[in-house]
Design a protein around this ligand. Structure first.
Ligand code: ADP
Length: 166
């Protein structure tokens, strides 16, 4: 039987505990998960694709289960190149559903062999997004337990150490 490779695509700008929760949920189900970091510099991410890839690799790379790669263009073409047929996406709330539904059906149309699997994170992370992480960090809010310390360090390096308002 061929290896069950899951591809977990996203911007990961930056990676946070909601993403890590989904990766952990893949462990009992797949042989390998490839975190596919989207090269989307035109969307002006806070971190370059190299930085985002590095941050993910620092946290989950190198244990034989999880591999990190960057990609641009069509996800299904990237998957074809690495021999994967399953996309993993996280579903936080109903608000995620419509976009995810469109993407899943479009990817299936582009390659009928590709299936998308959705996973729900722990409730504590269901309101967490990279956007809200950057906003809260910018105002000096406490992100302990939501974002790994290595990522907090990178945020400080990029945005400056933020102390909560007095
Ligand atoms: P994208 O730009 O593709 O949405 P993200 O990095 O924001 O990239 O998200 C990548 C994937 O991780 C998506 O499937 C998204 O739904 C999921 N995700 C984001 N935040 C969370 C979270 N808090 N819990 C679970 N899954 C999440």
């Amino acid at each position: 039987m061929s290896a069950r490779i899951a591809v977990y695509p996203g911007s990961f700008d930056p990676i946070h505990n909601g993403h890590l929760d989904i990766i952990a949920r893949c462990r009992p189900i797949f042989d390998e998960v490839v975190v596919a970091v989207l090269r989307n510099e035109e969307k002006r991410p806070l971190f370059s694709v190299e930085e985002r890839t590095e941050m993910v690799a620092e946290l989950v790379g190198g244990d034989g289960f999880c591999r990190v790669e960057s990609f641009s263009g069509l996800l299904v073409e990237f998957m074809e190149r690495i021999g994967a047929r399953t996309i993993v996406r996280g579903l936080r709330a109903v608000s995620d559903f419509e976009y995810e539904f469109q993407m899943a059906l479009m990817n299936r149309r582009l390659n009928p062999r590709v299936e998308t699997v959705f996973m729900m994170p722990r409730e504590d992370y269901s309101y967490l997004s990279s956007r809200i992480v950057k906003e809260v960090f910018g105002f000096g809010g406490d992100l302990a337990g939501l974002v790994p310390p290595t990522v907090l360090d990178r945020l400080s390096g990029r945005l400056g150490r933020r102390d909560p308002p007095a």
